[in-house]
Design a protein around this ligand. Structure first.
Ligand code: 5GP
Length: 185
């Protein structure tokens, strides 16, 4: 990958508000490109193919792995998620900042493959706030919630691996911090 643009990784436990922060960040930074991941997770109500994700069957996802089309991929809470390499490399080579919103295992793969990528971790204000948010989303089964809570503990323990951390307590404050950091890259 040439180094004209910049790859930015955004990681943080489920329920920490990554999606909301990212949506607002993209509105404030029109030059920032969001990578659309592939997943085998079924769409949630309101999710649109090609907008939030490319929704694939397990066989289709496996094909992408076999053909080495993924920059990184991971299994998360029973589903597969991955970043399609070509669109990301194209954007970076065109000089753009590209942001990947991915979980920990994928972030570690990117760290190996693209060491110059800048990695950001978003923390919740507290464990209980995170638990309330994960339970309160109301779109996931009890099993999925339990898996996300387990996974959140693992992710929080790895926060120090990241280049930059912030706490999403007050959304506006977190957004300003995130925006300042991304613009400085
Ligand atoms: P959700 O099912 O809530 O949309 O996403 C679950 C988790 O998968 C989140 O932590 C999200 O950041 C992560 N994720 C989304 N896309 C990717 C991807 O392409 N690769 C990896 N490794 N994780 C992803």
């Amino acid at each position: 990958m040439t180094n004209t643009g910049r790859l930015i990784v955004l990681t943080g436990p489920s329920g920490v508000g990554k999606g909301t922060l990212l949506k607002q960040l993209l509105q404030h930074c029109p030059d920032l490109y969001l990578s659309i991941s592939a997943t085998t997770r079924p769409p949630r109500p309101g999710e649109i193919e090609g907008k939030q994700y490319y929704f694939l069957t397990k066989a289709q996802f496996q094909d992408r792995i076999d053909q080495d089309q993924l920059l990184e991929w991971a299994e998360y809470a029973g589903n597969f998620y991955g970043t399609l390499r070509d669109p990301v490399i194209q954007e970076v080579n065109q000089g753009h900042k590209v942001i990947l919103e991915i979980e920990l295992v994928g972030a570690r793969q990117v760290r190996q493959k693209v060491p110059e990528a800048f990695q950001i971790f978003i923390n919740p204000p507290s464990w209980s706030a995170l638990e309330t948010r994960i339970r309160g989303r109301g779109q996931d089964s009890e099993t999925a919630i339990a898996r996300r809570l387990d996974q959140a503990k693992v992710e929080l323990a790895a926060a120090d691996e990241f280049d930059f951390q912030l706490v999403n307590d007050d959304l506006d404050t977190a957004l300003q911090e995130l925006k300042a950091k991304v613009l400085s890259l």
